[in-house]
Design a protein around this ligand. Structure first.
Ligand SMILES: Nc1ncnc2c1ncn2[C@@H]1O[C@H](COP(=O)(O)OP(=O)(O)O)[C@@H](O)[C@H]1O
Ligand SMILES: [Mg+2]
Length: 374
C-alpha cells in the first residue's frame, strides 16, 4: 500500500533525513544573514523599490506596484511614446549584489530568447540614470495561479488540464533550447485574457533558469545550491542539484497541477525539513482520495506520474506531457472560460492589498536556498 505521510524508521531514510536536517541548519543561517543584509540596506525591501519606482524608467512611466516575488518587484507601466501598457520588473531594493544583478540581466536575456505564445514577451532591457537595471515585458491583465486558487479555490479538472497543457507547451520550447526553468510554481504562472482568448497562460520568472551543457561559472546559476521553492521541489533538486534536468520541471508541473486541483500542494509541513522529507520519501495522496470529486482518472494518473520520485518514471518530455494533457483538456471550452471570466474577471479585485498580504509566506519564500546536499 502507498505510504502517505512522513518517513518510517529505516536506516537509509533516517540518514537522508539527517542530511536534510544538517543542510537546513545551513539554510536557516543563510536566511538569517540575508535578513541582516536587508536591515543593513544591502538587499533592500520592496518598499525601497517602491520608492525607486516613481517616475520614468527609460521610455517607461511607472504606475502602481502589481506584484512581487522573492527577488523582484513588478510595476504596471506605459511606454512614453507608444502609450502601450507594459510591466516593468526591477530587483527588490534596486541595487542587489553582483550576483543578483547578473542573475537579473540573465533572466531578461534568456526570456527574450523565448517566443512561445505561453511565455511572457520581453520588450526591453535598460538602466535608470542611477544604474538600476530593469526590464519591460508585456502587461498581463489577469492573475497568477497562486492568487487564482487563494481567491477562487480548487479548479475544475478540465480547466486544470487546459492550463497545464499551455504551461507544458511553454516549457517544451525552453527545454528544446536547453533551458530548465527550475522555479515552476503557481506564483510564476499568470492566467489572463489575451487577443480575445480567455484562459491564456503565460510563464514568467526565468530568474533561476539553468542552461544545460553550460558550466555553472558561465551560466550564472550556482549548481551547488538547491534552487526552487520548497513546495514544488523535485527530489533530485534536494539531494543532487547537479542532476536537475528538464524532467525536474515536469515534477513541478505535477505539483502545480495538484495544487490547482485540490487547493493544496502535494506536500505541506510545518518546516522546510518536513516538506523536503516528503518530497524525498512520501507518496502523494491521490486527489480523488482527498475528497475532490470528478477527477478524471487519466488526469490523476498523469499528475502522479509527474510526481514520481525518479525522473525516469515521469513523462518523457514536456511535449509528451502536453500531448497527454491536450486530450484531457478537450472538454474545457472557450465558452466555459468566457463564463468564468464574466463572473470573476474584475481585475482590480485580483490586485487588492488583501491579496498581496494573504499570499502565504512559504509560497513567496526566497527561491534560492543554499545547498541542502552534502
Ligand atoms: N508581465 C506581468 N504582468 C502582470 N503581472 C506580473 C507580470 N510579471 C509578474 N507579475 C506579477 O508579479 C509577481 C512577481 O513577478 P516575478 O517575475 O515572479 O518576480 P520574482 O522574480 O521576484 O519572483 C508575479 O507573481 C505576478 O503576480
Ligand atoms: Mg516569481
Amino acid at each position: 500500500m502507498a505510504e502517505h505521510s512522513g518517513t518510517r524508521k529505516h536506516p537509509k531514510r533516517t540518514s537522508s533525513v539527517l542530511v536534510v536536517l544538517a543542510a537546513l541548519a545551513r539554510a536557516f543561517r543563510w536566511l538569517l544573514m540575508r535578513a541582516a543584509a536587508t536591515l543593513d540596506g544591502g538587499f533592500g525591501t520592496p518598499d525601497a523599490a517602491a520608492g525607486l519606482g516613481t517616475g520614468r524608467f527609460g521610455q517607461y512611466t511607472l504606475h502602481e506596484k502589481i506584484g512581487e516575488g522573492g527577488m523582484g518587484v513588478v510595476f504596471r507601466a506605459t511606454h512614453a511614446l507608444l502609450g502601450r501598457p507594459a510591466a516593468v520588473k526591477l530587483l527588490a531594493g534596486g541595487h542587489g549584489s553582483r550576483e543578483q544583478l547578473a542573475r537579473f540581466e540573465r533572466e531578461a536575456e534568456l526570456t527574450s530568447r523565448l517566443s512561445h505564445p505561453n511565455t511572457v514577451a520581453v520588450y526591453d532591457f535598460g538602466r535608470t540614470a542611477a544604474g538600476t537595471p530593469f526590464y519591460a515585458m508585456e502587461y498581463l491583465d489577469g492573475l497568477d495561479l497562486q492568487s487564482l486558487v487563494e481567491l477562487h479555490g480548487p479548479q475544475d479538472a478540465r480547466r486544470v488540464a487546459h492550463l497545464l497543457a499551455q504551461l507544458a507547451g511553454a516549457l517544451a520550447e525552453a527545454h528544446g533550447m536547453g533551458l530548465v526553468h527550475r522555479d515552476v510554481k503557481p506564483a510564476n504562472v499568470m492566467l489572463c485574457e489575451r487577443g480575445g482568448s480567455h484562459d491564456v497562460v503565460k510563464v514568467l520568472d526565468f530568474g533561476l533558469t539553468k542552461e544545460l551543457g553550460v558550466s555553472a561559472e558561465n551560466d550564472g546559476a550556482e549548481d551547488d545550491r538547491v534552487i526552487g521553492t520548497p513546495l514544488y521541489l523535485p527530489p533530485e533538486a534536494i539531494l543532487s542539484p547537479e542532476r536537475v534536468d528538464a524532467r525536474s520541471d515536469l515534477y513541478a508541473v505535477g505539483a502545480l497541477g495538484y495544487f490547482l486541483l485540490t487547493g493544496e500542494p502535494p506536500f505541506v509541513g510545518g518546516s522546510l525539513a518536513e516538506v523536503c522529507a516528503q518530497h524525498l520519501h512520501a507518496a502523494p495522496v491521490p486527489p480523488s482520495r482527498r475528497g475532490i470529486r470528478n477527477v478524471p482518472p487519466g488526469l490523476e494518473a498523469l499528475l502522479l506520474r509527474c510526481l514520481a520520485k525518479s525522473p525516469e518514471q515521469r513523462p518523457e518530455s514536456a511535449a509528451a506531457l502536453r500531448a497527454a494533457l491536450l486530450e484531457l483538456a478537450a472538454r474545457w471550452t472557450e465558452a466555459a472560460a468566457r463564463v468564468w471570466w464574466a463572473q470573476h474577471g474584475c481585475v482590480e479585485s485580483h490586485r487588492s492589498p488583501r491579496l498581496l498580504e494573504s499570499t502565504s509566506r512559504v509560497a513567496q519564500a526566497p527561491t534560492l536556498l543554499p545547498a541542502l546536499a552534502g
